[in-house]
Design a protein. Structure first.
Length: 173
């Protein structure tokens, strides 16, 4: 076995032993960690299969020409607005956003647009914004979006331009 694989296996085994020992000796923080892991794992089992189906459909149904036309190198500022709108409607959070970002890039989207999509998917999904507004108020949510979205777009444009100029390519694996 490779050294990295052995280290990963040792860490995982240590974690599992810690959780098991916490239940045996009634160590409350360890039990909470174990229960949180179980709850998170069940949540992922409910979300991920549907998310992967949606990502697969996106890969098959969306043509490369469409992505290049709306998100590609010759696209205008509208590409960034489309990326924000697409990110706002992404379901499943970043579990879905990262694979979609990869497929956007592999189908010819400009790196800056892909970075905008990922940033916007992290901060402006519609369900998250509605949840936030219900607790913190519409004024807070609107202010946060009006401040953060331009910053995401501008920084993504600059970073995309910089990385593209240096010959950066996204690779699989």
């Amino acid at each position: 076995m490779k050294r990295n694989a052995m280290i990963k296996m040792a860490c995982l085994s240590g974690y599992a032993l810690f959780i098991l020992a916490s239940f045996v000796v009634d160590f409350h923080p360890g039990k909470e960690i174990g229960l949180n892991l179980a709850a998170f794992s069940l949540e992922m089992l409910r979300i991920l299969p549907c998310a992967f189906i949606l990502v697969g459909l996106f890969e098959v149904w969306v043509k490369r020409e469409t992505v290049e036309k709306h998100f590609g190198e010759r696209s205008t500022i509208r590409a960034y607005l489309w990326a924000v709108l697409l990110a706002g409607t992404t379901v499943g959070g970043l579990y879905v956003a990262f694979p979609i970002a990869y497929y956007l890039y592999s189908k010819g989207a400009k790196l800056g647009v892909v970075l905008t999509y990922m940033g916007a998917a992290a901060i402006c999904r519609i369900p998250m914004a509605l949840f936030e507004a219900s607790f913190l108020g519409i004024k807070f949510t609107a202010t946060r979006l009006l401040v953060s979205l331009p910053l995401v777009v501008i920084s993504s444009m600059l970073l995309g331009h910089y990385l593209t100029g240096r010959g950066y390519k996204v690779t699989h694996g």
